[in-house]
Design a protein around this ligand. Structure first.
Ligand code: URA
Length: 250
């Protein structure tokens, strides 16, 4: 096959896979068993899965739910701690709860959440196989971006979650998550698709692999084949890093 033809075929396949991922026709193809996070440096805490679950629950109940560290506590219906496998090898981090998340007290359950769920399914996984969290645990009014003060006030909770879960890979979605976790001012358009290392946020956390990608809300706003292809190619890189099987062609 000529190079040109092969390139075209590859591009067409990628487009089809992306459509399958985001077009709603995708049938979940069997579970892609996600390695538990034992394959990476052992957690300093040496915590078991059950101990991780208990530590997350304790932080949620004792610290996050009663939190009054910033003004967002006054407008919230619920705090949104995060959810998923406490021992997940893969963690997704977004920005902050929106209206639906604030109502339900769960992350990514609105429209952007539906897309994130499809993305996870397209990877051959389920929501409960990964951990999903946010930079902020309370909804900013009008869904505006987190302020630096709010991010600082909520920071220890996120670092605490990462320290407990110790994922192999973190996917940061959008500018606020990418810029704060990687301590950079570079925008997501330049950062996405390029592997990064978590800086020294806490004991033993430096060096965790980070893949920045577009936020699902952005993809919904600018639902172009190009943006969808980019997100899918970022997620494929994550799958390769975690040793997950690529989706089968229809
Ligand atoms: N957007 C986010 O960044 N987080 C959510 O939980 C929902 C929407």
């Amino acid at each position: 096959m000529s190079d040109e033809r092969e390139k075209l075929l590859r591009a067409a396949n990628q487009l089809i896979e992306t459509e399958q991922m985001l077009g709603g026709e995708m049938v979940p193809r069997g579970q892609n068993p996600l390695p538990q996070s034992e394959s990476q440096p052992p957690p300093a805490s040496g915590m078991s899965r059950e101990e991780k679950a208990a530590a997350l629950e304790k932080m949620d109940v004792n610290e996050v739910r009663p939190c009054t560290r910033c003004g967002l506590c006054r407008g919230r219906m619920n705090t949104v701690f995060g959810e998923g496998d406490p021992n997940a090898a893969l963690m997704f981090i977004g920005e902050a709860p929106g209206a639906e998340e604030d109502r339900q007290g769960r992350p990514f359950v609105g429209r952007a959440g539906e897309l994130l769920t499809k993305m996870i399914i397209a990877m051959g996984l389920a929501r409960q196989d990964v951990y999903i969290g946010n930079i902020l645990k309370c909804r900013p009014p009008g869904n505006r971006s987190p302020s630096p003060e709010e991010t600082a006030a909520c920071w220890d909770y996120l670092v605490g979650q990462i320290s407990i879960i110790r994922p192999d890979v973190i996917v940061t979605m959008g500018n606020p998550a990418t810029q704060s976790l990687l301590d950079t001012k570079t925008g997501i358009t330049r950062m996405r698709g390029n592997w990064q290392s978590l800086p020294l946020l806490g004991d033993g956390l430096a060096g965790i692999a980070v893949m920045p990608t577009f936020h699902p809300a952005f993809v919904l706003r600018q639902y172009t084949p190009d943006n969808r292809q980019k997100v899918w190619s970022d997620l494929q890189a994550v799958m390769a890093k975690l040793g997950l099987q690529p989706p089968r062609k229809k």
